[in-house]
Design a protein around this ligand. Structure first.
Ligand SMILES: Nc1ncnc2c1ncn2[C@@H]1O[C@H](COP(=O)(O)OP(=O)(O)OP(=O)(O)O)[C@@H](O)[C@H]1O
Length: 253
């Protein structure tokens, strides 16, 4: 089944001062699919990912040109509400970054920021989000303990619950398992596969097996350009460019 594109990007260039880190990228992201962004260190994957929720706005000297649309709306338009955008497009980073609060307060953080005070609503959202992030059973009896007391893998799933609680449309993940052990990584991968039913997921990963296990589509970045993008099976089994083949077969990177 072909899904409609939820994010489109055309001729995107991203600069840090005079340095052009992304050099004219065109890529679309279909709804309810997992897209993996792969490529060697420094090729611009994280830089590109961070334009999709305008996190690069926070980097001094960073500048983006081109056209990026979320459900047809230009996210760089002058009247874009960036706080609202970051609710619609949530981000999970490499290092689990729970706030130094209880598990409960972490998960409902975005809802409280949005002014929701109704305890029953917050309780329900907390339970539902932790269930979606596949960690409810592990933490349901310690919701009021500090999230910092959890393992790295559990913290990462609490962070995912925090992102899910505000009901985003798209979830961006920047190497979300690279700081985790193999079991925790595989739990996160299983969770992402479940979440794909409801969300669109874009994940930066250095792990080729991870990209091939979980993604529907893969984009190969090299030196600020996309060399190849398409169904993951095709990219891994029958790459059309020598650079892609060299990278996925471990010849560089
Ligand atoms: N804040 C910044 N200021 C200046 N240059 C930056 C900044 N962040 C990234 N860069 C440069 O932009 C280029 C792309 O970096 P980016 O982190 O996006 O690559 P990446 O593919 O995600 O790398 P990695 O896989 O190592 O995380 C690199 O040359 C990097 O040095």
């Amino acid at each position: 089944m072909t899904h409609k594109n939820i994010i489109t990007s055309r001729d995107v260039h991203i600069y840090y001062g005079d340095f052009e880190a992304i050099k004219g990228v065109d890529i679309d992201f279909p709804e309810h699919e997992i897209t993996a962004l792969i490529g060697p260190s420094g090729c611009g994957k994280s830089t590109y990912l961070r334009t999709l929720d305008r996190m690069n706005d926070l980097v001094p000297g960073a500048r983006t040109t081109g056209d990026i649309r979320l459900n047809g709306e230009d996210i760089y338009a002058a009247n874009t509400d960036v706080v609202q955008l970051r609710k619609r497009v949530g981000m999970v980073f490499q290092q689990p970054n729970p706030f130094p609060f209880s598990i409960y307060d972490n998960v409902v953080y975005g809802l409280r920021l949005a002014g929701i005070r109704d305890r029953a609503m917050l309780d329900e959202a907390c339970e539902q989000s932790l269930k979606q992030a596949a960690i409810w059973d592990e933490v349901k009896d310690q919701l009021h303990d500090s999230a910092l007391g959890l393992s790295g893998g559990q913290q990462q799933r609490v962070v995912m619950a925090r992102v899910l609680a505000v009901q985003p449309e798209v979830i961006l993940l920047d190497e979300p398992t690279s700081a985790l052990d193999p079991i925790s990584s595989s739990q996160i991968e299983d969770t992402l596969l479940e979440l794909r039913e409801q969300y669109t997921i874009i994940i930066v990963t250095h792990n080729m097996q991870q990209a091939s296990r979980i993604s529907d589509r893969t984009a190969f970045f090299l030196q600020g350009n996309i060399i190849e993008v398409g169904p993951t099976k095709g990219i891994f089994m029958d790459p059309q460019h020598k650079e892609t083949e060299d990278y996925i077969s471990g010849r560089f990177g």
